[in-house]
Design a protein around this ligand. Sequence first.
Ligand SMILES: *Cc1c(COP(=O)(O)O)cnc(C)c1O
Length: 433
Amino acid sequence: MSDTSKLRTPNSKLNLAERDKKVIWHPYTQMKNALPHIPIVRGEGVYVFDENGKKYIDAVSSWWVNIHGHAHPYIAQKVAEQLNVLEHVIFAGFTHEPAVLLAERLLPILPGKQDKVFYTDNGSTAVEVALKMCLQYWDNKGKPKTRILAFKNAYHGDTFGAMSVSGRSIFTDAFNSLLFDVDFIDLPNEDNISDLVAHISTLTNTACFIFEPLILGSGGMLMYEAKYLDELIVACRKAGILIIADEVMTGFGRTGTYFACEKLVNKPDIICLSKGLTGGTMPLGVTTCTDEIFEAFLSEDKLKTLYHGHSFTANPIACVASLASLDILLQEETLANIKRVETKHAVFLQEIKAHAKVKAVRQTGTIIAIEWETGNETSYLSNLRNLLYAYFLDKGIILRPLGNIIYILPPYVISNADLDYIYGAIKQALEEI
Ligand SMILES: *Cc1c(COP(=O)(O)O)cnc(C)c1O
């Protein structure tokens, strides 16, 4: 018991990046040739600061989660207060004010009529729950359906169910043989919409259609029009297919409206939320559904229960962070900031769209994506991402290109000056790289 020799004490001769390298395995990182990870010591607004005091603009909202800026004092205060009251309690058999209040405030602002909230702890698990709700819905109704419809380049998370309904890519390559079979369709456009609708009308064993509304994030910020998504949803409803909107990335103002599905006439049965939910402060996931779905699980028969839950389901601190983030989101000033970013992006888009190195540029709300022209040189393409990443870091901007696609996805509080600085750096990169 008193053997302390195994306790690892930090080696004082090493700096933090060196200590990190000895003990940490980072996400989405080939550790063999990874550059040293930059130690961040503090955040404020759109900035994070490294241990040498260098300031970085967080132009990707720390993997798309941060919407109001770092270390927001209001969120911090609410979280601190809650920590002294109740940090966590089992959510089966017990409940608490922050979870109930968050559901009460969230449901009325969601697109369509959403009636119940199921809590999880991240985006992938919010998706897992949505898929289970749909598959078991049909099973509980005595009409089992086993297939799922999704988009080819979709990204819905990294757990096995979420991976299965995501497009097959280098991310899934090692697991493809174990992923369940999914019907993948192309993104809808003017040319293919009638074929897609015809295809959907032939589906008889499909439980649900899951999609990222208006923009496929990890797939390369691929955008498509609400009116075609509406047509797909109508076709699905006719074929008895439930509708899941994965708003994990698009939720909470990212696309210009509070939720991307506000732009649809036909609303989803189920909505998945995470990322911006807590303002990017801590992990929390939510899957909401209609009473129609919920009621299919009400029964004297135990087998009709949704047997799913996570240890930290509905964590009170995360719920309080979400309530604080909602307070800020619903302020007029935040909506004005969202519109301001949207307008600035649109002007920048016009400025660069004709540049010879710009293959395509597209925008949805506060997200702008620029596709670099790489010609046929695959060697150039494979180096380009790392070149661009390092180029912007050097200039104090965190941008993480998806291959040859650079995107800006900033916290809404970003200033015009910081946006102009990022635009300027991108223009300079277009000349220099
Ligand atoms: C990030 C993301 C997820 C997964 O969320 P995690 O919290 O990273 O598990 C799911 N769906 C979409 C659309 C996402 O962008």
